[in-house]
Design a protein around this ligand. Structure first.
Ligand code: 5AD
Ligand code: SF4
Length: 485
């Protein structure tokens, strides 16, 4: 296990080991030495800044990048005026890409005034050949480019750019490899993401993820459970099990296992208080999973269930493999089994060919399900996906009009729904001191709603009983319930 690695004991006289993760430990040990020498020369510690775009998977990947940066001796910095800057990119929508190019331009200017600065790019955007071509041509100051499949080789690349002047560009098309036991620098001491699977086999027609994250691969349950136990021993009380489609977990394992079975095993870990997971595809959500959610108190009362569209016609074009009726029926089954569950969703507006009637169907589902919150997106044409080739791309003004209408509806409903626990006592996992008022702490209910109440830093990472005094729309103001003497 990485925590037990003593980098000074690694034999650097021979060639690098072929085995992983030992190979990466070897390169970390060399990089440590390079960082130490450079830092001595400058008379100050070297700093590293990681910027993350995109989803929870990317956030977790960034913790792994930061773990390695920390292991080789960099000090974490929030400023991009650092000695090492890395962008972990997202490409799910065009906006995410544009943001990266914009920020990269600024970074290039900074690099001119910062001798020795190294710039690296990784993540989903790098899996697109046209992006890498553009970067090579127009952003020559980038030192390192790698993709999602070879992220486990970060230490090796880092060592190479620190010891030479050459730029490295290495993208893999796919992988079946999962490398365990690399360092991780967690953002929170008391909660953590845990990858349970990588990639996606669904091929929704609008989505680029299967092309940039590759085919579905599940981690072995032993590895997942060992990681959860390690995290709990280290103070973690809440885990978020991560995968593009957690409901198809375990299908490709040597000894197949369902996601519901995995949840039961994770729930047995002593000391773990809360389990969340993300993301569920409605077509794969089993009755077995609903039953585990109903029975297992550690599983949070929250389900993110992406709808994408309420029109069965559009759902078919999206290759979602469920109809409006099937989705609504699923919601009914879930609500029956877990009445206090909070449902959230993702919705895309302006898919090619979407008519006024299709959009009304989406609004209809929103009004019937009454989500606690919904992420609403304007359709973004991703080259290489089947939907990008469809005719009838919708004019921007129309998409905007529908988007505004949907957002208003979603927010109005959310404001009403989120009050459901007003004037009750609920458990809150305290996450941080309130950003605006240091006399308050902020935390989350099992159903993920935010709560602010008077408290102090000693409560961070603990579960507290809180009386929810007032709903403010999307969050509550509360007060601590002190135990009776
Ligand atoms: N355009 C707009 N939104 C998209 N999403 C995925 N691909 C696209 C796209 N091409 C949204 C989906 C998904 C969420 C992560 O991003 O709603 O659930
Ligand atoms: Fe996450 Fe998908 Fe964006 Fe990659 S493209 S960061 S998997 S949302």
């Amino acid at each position: 296990m990485y925590e037990n690695i003593d980098f000074d004991q690694i034999d650097l006289s021979g060639p690098a080991p072929e085995q992983e993760p030992e190979r990466q430990y070897y390169f970390m040990a060399i990089a440590r030495e390079l960082v130490r020498r450079q830092s001595e020369k400058l008379g100050r510690p070297l700093t590293a800044c990681t910027t993350t775009f995109g989803c929870q998977m990317n956030a977790r990947d960034s913790e792994k990048l930061e773990g390695i940066l920390e292991a080789v001796g960099y000090q974490k910095s929030d400023s991009e005026d650092a000695d090492f800057v890395i962008y972990n990119t997202c490409t799910v929508r065009e906006n995410a890409n544009l943001k990266v190019y914009g920020r990269l331009g600024q970074l290039g200017k900074r690099k001119k005034n910062h001798p020795g600065m190294k710039i690296a790019l990784c993540g989903c955007m790098m899996q697109e050949p046209h992006v890498v071509e553009k970067l090579k041509k127009s952003y020559p100051f980038v030192d390192l480019i790698f993709g999602t499949h070879n992220i486990f080789k970060f230490a090796e690349y880092l060592e190479e750019i620190l010891s030479g002047e050459n730029r490295i560009v290495e993208i893999w098309e796919d992988t079946d490899k999962i490398v365990e036991n690399l360092p991780v620098d967690r953002k929170y001491s008391f909660k953590s993401g845990v990858n349970i699977m990588f990639g996606c086999n669904n091929f929704c027609s609008y989505c680029i993820v299967p092309y940039v994250r590759g085919r579905e691969r599940s981690r072995k349950p032993e590895e997942i459970l060992a990681e959860v136990k390690r995290l709990v021993a280290d103070g973690v009380v809440e885990v978020m099990l991560l995968g593009q489609n957690v409901n198809s977990y375990g299908k490709n394992l040597e000894h197949p296992m369902t996601f519901a079975q995995l949840l039961r095993e994770v729930a047995k870990v002593e000391g773990l208080k809360r389990i969340r997971f993300m993301t569920s595809h409605p077509k794969d959500l089993s009755d077995e999973l609903i039953q585990v959610m109903a029975e297992e108190p550690k599983i949070c009362r929250h389900l993110h269930l992406p709808l994408q569209s309420g029109s069965s016609r559009i759902l078919k074009l999206m290759n979602r493999r469920y109809t409006k009726e099937q989705y609504l029926e699923l919601v009914d089954r879930i609500r029956k089994a877990v009445p206090d569950i909070s449902l959230t969703t993702d919705i895309i507006v302006g898919f090619p060919g979407e008519t006024e009637e299709d959009f009304q169907e989406t609004l209809d589902v929103v009004r019937r399900v009454r989500y606690d919150s919904a992420f609403t997106f304007q359709y973004s044409r991703r080259s290489g996906t089947p939907a990008a080739a469809l005719e009838n791309q919708i004019p921007h003004e129309e998409v905007q009009r529908h988007f505004d209408q949907l957002l208003a509806e979603v927010q109005q409903i959310a404001r009403e729904v989120c009050r459901r626990d007003e004037h009750t006592v609920q458990e809150v996992l305290v996450e941080e001191i309130n950003e605006h008022d240091p006399s308050l702490v902020s935390g989350r209910l099992s159903n993920n709603t935010l709560v602010h109440f008077p408290g102090d830093a000693s409560m961070i990472g603990t579960l507290q009983k809180v009386y929810l005094e007032e709903s403010k729309g999307f969050y509550y103001m509360g007060s601590l319930v002190t135990e009776e003497k």
